[in-house]
Structure formats: structure tokens, C-alpha cells
Design a protein around this ligand. Structure first.
Ligand code: SF4
Length: 686
């Protein structure tokens, strides 16, 4: 656009966990254009279609610009209210619930869409004002198995290496991730590396775009990851590709793993995964014979009943190969879905962990936070998200406070979520739009978007980056940071840290892994990786070069057997539904669907193999009724052989196709992460 702009602001993309640096050009208080920052360490002048063009939502007519409250009960309509009315209503009703039933009758869901400072404040609000550890965030629904698995294997809850290390990888193993669509800047980086000579192994139930660049594709059945990784581990042993010195000097658990792997010869592992042994053997050979291999994985590994076991058995490969904690390998990189899902957990918006993953059950740590905050931090770990729904429907939870998450659209088993919302005496949410969750709320507070905020995000390689406001919020919308402060004041509490910079400073003073991070330093030096242990210390981009952060300093190999997923297909429900993301849209789609420039994919479809379609008498575009053990939803079909026979794929970005009505509440046995990747369904022409 040739007309001059009024100003330009550098900030961090609020869509995926890559965390691209963007320049936001503003004219007449509207975004005129967004361009990638040339020379930025993360994206090196690149950005994807969402980061560049998905900004029309900021001035959408649907944006909430005033608080909304109900006059009398859930059946009455939401009406515009003043901030005073809305905050008084929330404060009075939260206080009443807390005083009558105790803080544990209230739960908060904080947000990967919020800044670190907002997440820090949210968990402080829950613990010091509501007096509960019932706080969780959406990492529960995506990467909680990564936090648990990586901590158990290596000692810390983040990926091990910077993604610049992909540039020196001679073999990249991509498992359960589709970076071309979900993390496009990384997808492009992987392709470039392959064109420069790296080998590529793809392990995924779908023939994703990267398969076109891959040396081998292991098209494993959804839910079979542990069998696949145990089979590859066994092949590493059989092929002499285990770094025996590294294993002897820097690991634990080798004997137990070797014993377990007796049960996973390649043929058996391939059988369990529903694949031919040849590609599995080739995947093991390529990874095992590489000099500097990297593992990149995503939600296809974590969102399973045995998601943490999937992470542990995948990290086994890097440990056996000696490809983590050394310069001989590029470690394990986790592709985080939402922009700040790493940061929301780093900041302690978790029911059992304080900022920096410090356990709430450790008296010494609890005492440190209690002293600093001037309030006794509750000892008992709180509820995880899915447990909050169960507690609401059984009458133990009376109030639910949701920041920036559309749980009624994106959480599994929608009927169960709706029943939980209906059972609560009070539902409050902060949102940009009247989401499906907001439709169930008693009070809806209009929130600022990432383009209107000051603070920081953490990307998927643990890089803490500044977020600067490019625009004022529309109407009376406020940041989550402002709302939490105002609400605390109305509840006769003072959260301290009046500015986001103060919140980061307080977090740093209480959290060793963030001790060296401050807004001033980020503004002067640029992004910093955590851990950053002091103002004079650098951020550590590559972890564990000296020792692992486990109690014994060794990387822990995990002997985990393959166990079947929570749901199995049967005669009634013979297909497997896999959910995921498509390039133009993002999670609930509330932002990306409101951007006309992204009208590349204006409706949701169900991907179906042509052979299955022929069997069912379906042509491209026909409607099909999809039924699971919980509900039924109708989709137009899109015929494609990117899905395997007997499997179907879709997203949950469109509220008119409520995919999560179908998904189950089966969840990771360690962390409670739902099994979005495996749902048994039946198909019937509609
Ligand atoms: Fe934003 Fe991710 Fe796209 Fe980068 S790759 S512009 S962070 S959505």
C-alpha cells in the first residue's frame, strides 16, 4: 500500500510457537501490513501466511469492546456493562464461593495466548487471592507429556537445542508433526536443510508435505508410537549404532531398556504399528548412522493415552545415539503449537508447579514464594483441566475462570465440557470474541490481543522474546494483566508488580532458571534463552553439555512397553479419526477465520481416502455423518490419499463442525493430556 504509515513496531508473532519477529505497520490505528524482521535470529526475514496476513481480526466488528454480564441467571441474555459493574459482579461472586466452599471450589484456566507476565500474575492471583492451586493452562492439552517426559529423561521441561542446530543436522527425524502447515517457518528450514544434503525420516500416520522430501516415511498407525520407537531403539542396538561410551558415562537405565527391547524386534514393532518392517529398518539405519542427528516432534507424539511414554521412548533414541547434551547431535526439539504454550507453563500456571517448574509440594520452595508474596501458598496440588470438568459436574467445583481459551470448542468431548460449564455457579472468561465458551459465561471481559500487549513470550526453543504493543485495544478492552490487577483490588488484595516489567523482575527473583532475564536486558541485548541464571550469565541455548539436570546428572533411559490407545476401532466404529491443524487456520480459528485474506480454506472438511470413499459411495464434497461413541457431526468429505485407508483427518477450527463433540476424554496416564489423535468413528453418507 503506497500511503505512508504512521508508525511501525517490532513484536513477536502471536500464532505458533516458532515465535517469528514481526514488524507491524500501523496507519489510522489499524494494521496496514505486517512484515518479517530481516536479520531476526528466529525467522531470518521469513514469516508464514498467518503471521503476515492474519491480522484483520484486530479491528473485526466482532471484537468485544465492553464487558458483558447476565442480568438474571444463564437463561437471560448477556448485556453490555461497565467495567465497574462487571468487576464487582465477578469479585462479589468469587468471594462468596471462596468464603462458602473454600478456594478449592474455584479453578482458573490460564492461557498460552497470554504473555509470560500475565501468566505469572494469573497463577499468583489463583494462589494468593483465591487460595487454590487449581490453575492450569492449555499445555495440559498438548505438550504436558513433553514437560513430564523431557524432565524425566533430561531434567528440564524444554527442548534441548536451538533450532539453529537444524542447520548442522545431517539427519532429521520428524515424528508426529506437520511443520509445513503448523510451523511453516520451521517446515521451510527443514526442507532447505534436506536440499543441502541432510537425510529426512518422517514418522506420521499421514503422507504430510515433508514426505515428498523424505528418504523414508514410516506411516505408523495412530497410537503406535511407543512400539515404533522401541523398534528403532532395538535396531540401534542390533546395528551397533549405540554410543557405548556415552551410555556408560552419562546415562542410567540401559540394562532395563535392553531387557525390554528383547520384545521389540523390528518385525514385531512394525506389526504393532501396522507398517512394513522395511521403512522402519531404514529409519533406524538413517538415524543410527548419522553423525549429527536431530529429532523434531509435535503433538502426534504427545496427545495420546501414552503420550509421556511416547516422549520418553523417542528421547531414548537421542540418548542411545549420544546425540543430546553433546555437539555430536542436535538433540530433541519440541514443536509447540501455541505462541506461548511454553511460557504459560514456565510461569507456573500449573496445578502442581510454581514458576520455573518448582514443585508446590517442596516446603522450602513454597516457603520462599509465601514469604515473597506475603500469603501462605496452598500446599495441595490443584486440579488439571479435565479434572476440573469432572469436579464441576460432581459439585466440587463452583466457579471456573477462563482466560483466552475456548474450552467449549477446543477441549475434548464437548458435551462433557458443556455439562461442566452448566454445573458451575459462576463462569467468567476473558476473550477477544464471543466464543463458544463465552456463550456459557456469566461474565465476559473484553481482552486485548497480542498486538495490543506489552510483555514477553517464550518460543519452542526456550527463547524469551519481547512483545510490544503496536495498537491500542479497541473500545474498552483491557489486557489480561490489567484485568487481574483490577479484580484483585476489588477482592481487597494487591498483586504487587504493577507493570509487566515488574512482574518479570519478581518472577526472576523467585525462579533460578529466569534469574538473569529482565525487560531491560531483553530490550538491550535481544532475546535470551532460559535457563539464564544471572544478570551477567548468557542464556543457555544448548542444554546439558556438562551434565544432565536429573538428580544423578545422567540422562534417564526409559523402559516402556507398548500399550494400546484408549480407543480402538471395532465393527461399529471402524475408522480412526486424527485431528490436527491446517496451514491457514489456527486452533479455534477465532482469529484466522476473521481474516478475509486467509480465505484459502473457508470451511472445514473431512479428509478421506478415495478407496474408502468408493466403498461408502461418496464423491468429493459429499456430506458424511461422522459418529463416535459420544456424538455425531456432519462434514463435507475431501478425497485425498494423504490419509491412510481406514483413517480420516480434520481440525477443530470451525465451530459449525464441532469436531470435539466426537473426541474422547481418554488422556495420558501421566499428565492428563487428552488423546486427540485417536478417536474411533463410523462414517455414513448424509
Ligand atoms: Fe507466526 Fe509461526 Fe507463522 Fe512464524 S511460523 S509467522 S510464528 S505462525
Amino acid at each position: 500500500d503506497p500511503a505512508p504509515i504512521d508508525r511501525a513496531t517490532t513484536t513477536t508473532c502471536g500464532y505458533c510457537g516458532v515465535g517469528c519477529s514481526l514488524r507491524v505497520h500501523v496507519r489510522d490505528e489499524q494494521v496496514a501490513a505486517i512484515t518479517p524482521v530481516h536479520g531476526a535470529p528466529v525467522n531470518r526475514g521469513h514469516a508464514c501466511v498467518k503471521g503476515r496476513f492474519a491480522y484483520a481480526f484486530t479491528r473485526s466488528r466482532d471484537r468485544l469492546t465492553t464487558p458483558l454480564i447476565r442480568e438474571a441467571g444463564r437463561d437471560s441474555p448477556l448485556r453490555p456493562a461497565t467495567w465497574e459493574e462487571a468487576l464487582d459482579a465477578v469479585a462479589d461472586r468469587l468471594t462468596a464461593v471462596r468464603d462458602r466452599y473454600g478456594g478449592e471450589a474455584i479453578a482458573m484456566i490460564s492461557s498460552a495466548r497470554a504473555t509470560n507476565e500475565e501468566n505469572y500474575l494469573a497463577q499468583k492471583f489463583a494462589r494468593t487471592v483465591l487460595h487454590t492451586n487449581n490453575i492450569d493452562n492449555c499445555s495440559r492439552l498438548c505438550h504436558s507429556p513433553s514437560a513430564a517426559g523431557l524432565t524425566a529423561s533430561f531434567g528440564m521441561a524444554g527442548g534441548t537445542n536451538p533450532f539453529d542446530d537444524l542447520d548442522r543436522a545431517d539427519c532429521i527425524l520428524v515424528a508426529g508433526a506437520n511443520p509445513t502447515e503448523a510451523h511453516p517457518v520451521i517446515g521451510a528450514r527443514i526442507k532447505q536443510r534436506v536440499l543441502d544434503g541432510a537425510r529426512l525420516v518422517v514418522i506420521d500416520p499421514r503422507r504430510i508435505d515433508l514426505v515428498g522430501f523424505a528418504d523414508v516415511h514410516v506411516q505408523a498407525r495412530p497410537g503406535s508410537n511407543v512400539a515404533v520407537f522401541n523398534g528403532i531403539a532395538r535396531a540401534l542396538l542390533d546395528n551397533g549404532h549405540v554410543d557405548q561410551t556415552f551410555v556408560r558415562e552419562r546415562t542410567s537405565g540401559f540394562d532395563e531398556l535392553t531387557e525390554l527391547l528383547r520384545d521389540y524386534p523390528l518385525d514385531r514393532a512394525a506389526h504393532l504399528a501396522g507398517v512394513d518392517p522395511t521403512p522402519l529398518a531404514e529409519a533406524a539405519r538413517l538415524y543410527g548412522s548419522a553423525r549429527t542427528p536431530a529429532i523434531v516432534y509435535g503433538l502426534g507424539i504427545t496427545e495420546h493415552t501414552h503420550g509421556t511414554d511416547g516422549v520418553r521412548t523417542l528421547t531414548n533414541l537421542a540418548i542411545l545415539k549420544g546425540a543430546v547434551g553433546t555437539l555430536d547431535g542436535c538433540g530433541v526439539l519440541t514443536l509447540r503449537g501455541q505462541n506461548n504454550v511454553q511460557g504459560a507453563s514456565d510461569m507456573g500456571a500449573l496445578p502442581d508447579l510454581l514458576p520455573g517448574y518448582q514443585p508446590i509440594t517442596a516446603p522450602r520452595i513454597r516457603t520462599r514464594f509465601s514469604r515473597a508474596w506475603g500469603v501462605e501458598v496452598p500446599e495441595r496440588p490443584g486440579l488439571r483441566i479435565l479434572d476440573m470438568f469432572a469436579a464441576a459436574t460432581t459439585g466440587r467445583l463452583h466457579a471456573l475462570y477462563v482466560i483466552g481459551e475456548d474450552i467449549a470448542q477446543t477441549d475434548p468431548d464437548t458435551r462433557r465440557v458443556q455439562a461442566a460449564l452448566a454445573a458451575c455457579d459462576l463462569v467468567v472468561c476473558h476473550d477477544l470474541f464471543l466464543s463458544r465458551t463465552a456463550e456459557h459465561a456469566d461474565v465476559v471481559l473484553p481482552a486485548a490481543s497480542f498486538l495490543e500487549k506489552d510483555g514477553t513470550f517464550v518460543n519452542f526453543e526456550r527463547r524469551v522474546q519481547r512483545v510490544h504493543p503496536a495498537l491500542p485495544s479497541p473500545g474498552e478492552a483491557k489486557t489480561d494483566f490489567e484485568i487481574l490487577h483490577l479484580l484483585a483490588q476489588r477482592m481487597d488484595a494487591d498483586l504487587g508488580c504493577p507493570t509487566p516489567a515488574d512482574a518479570m523482575a519478581e518472577c526472576a527473583s523467585l525462579t533460578p532458571t529466569f534469574a538473569g532475564i529482565s525487560h531491560d536486558r531483553l530490550d538491550q541485548e535481544g532475546p535470551l534463552h532460559w535457563p539464564c541464571r544471572g544478570p551477567d550469565q548468557p542464556g543457555e541455548s544448548r542444554l546439558y553439555l556438562d551434565r544432565f539436570a536429573t538428580p544423578d546428572g545422567r540422562a534417564a533411559l526409559a523402559a516402556r512397553p507398548y500399550l494400546p490407545p484408549g480407543e480402538q476401532p471395532d465393527q461399529r466404529f471402524p475408522f480412526l479419526l486424527v485431528t490436527g491443524r491446517r496451514l491457514p487456520h489456527y486452533n479455534s480459528g477465532s482469529m484466522s477465520r476473521r481474516t478475509p485474506d486467509l480465505d484459502l480454506s473457508p470451511r472445514e472438511v473431512l479428509d478421506l481416502h478415495p478407496d474408502d470413499a468408493a466403498r461408502l459411495g461418496l464423491a468429493d464434497g459429499d456430506l458424511v455423518e461422522v459418529t463416535s461413541r459420544r456424538d455425531r457431526v456432519t462434514f463435507p468429505v475431501s478425497l485425498t490419499d494423504t490419509v491412510a485407508r481406514g483413517q480420516v483427518f480434520t481440525t477443530f477450527a470451525f465451530p459449525d463442525r464441532p469436531t470435539n463433540a466426537l473426541t474422547s476424554d481418554c488422556a495420558d496416564t501421566t499428565t492428563g493430556c487428552p488423546e486427540y489423535k485417536v478417536t474411533a468413528v463410523a462414517l455414513r453418507p448424509s
